[in-house]
Design a protein around this ligand. Sequence first.
Ligand SMILES: [Zn+2]
Length: 257
Amino acid sequence: MVRRLGAALAGGVVESALARGVGTLKSFDPPLGELRGHTFTGMQRRSKLLIASFDGDLLLLVHLMSAGRLQLYDKPGSLKDRTLRLAIRLTDGRELRLREFGTRQSTWAKLLRAADLDPPPLEDLLDDARPLHSMLRDQRVLAGIGRSWADEILHTAKLSPFKRGNTLDAAEADVLRTSMVGRLGAAIDHYEAVVGPTIPDKLPMPLTVHGRQGSPCPRCGTTLEAVFFEDYVVAYCPQCQTGGKLLKDRRLSRLLK
Ligand SMILES: [Zn+2]
């Protein structure tokens, strides 16, 4: 969809834009009318969001939810179309329509300035009293990191998995960011090297800390420790990450209650 619409819309200039569905437009500044006169410059996707870019640093984000369609028509359509949620008419007579099939009105769009889409600094994202390990794998905070990589990243950053997010200083946040990029980047390099055109049945993750409790730390040789939760395990190096402190095993402390 991104490729087809991106190619078809290239250079198109907006004549008018209107939202029809109840609550479809979830932004109010800049107003939708501000698109008028702006040229379409490209289409991209970020996770499930479709993003149409216009000159003047305007971005239209669209989430199709389960039954939405973003369709380009040669001619303007009827405003009586009950599926219509948003229409962007171009000066050449074509019209981009966000339509939704079914009874629910859940597709949505936002008009933003490009700077509004820049991710906030990591310190701000993690500014919460929860432990780093649980925040890193919270997909609402940061998308894409699971339990295994949270262990690996925190070990690389030499940060305790139970350090509270709001106690990170700027230098630590910087190390954490570098560790995420470095550790995940190395994993991608590894997969690039070992995976051929067919994804193999078994594809072991190149992990050095996660699941390795009892083995020596790859950096300092200290025995790796772990904290066991009901459905996951957090592994760490007491020498590199917790200042020599052994963290309480939640399984045992619950049994002792
Ligand atoms: Zn270590």
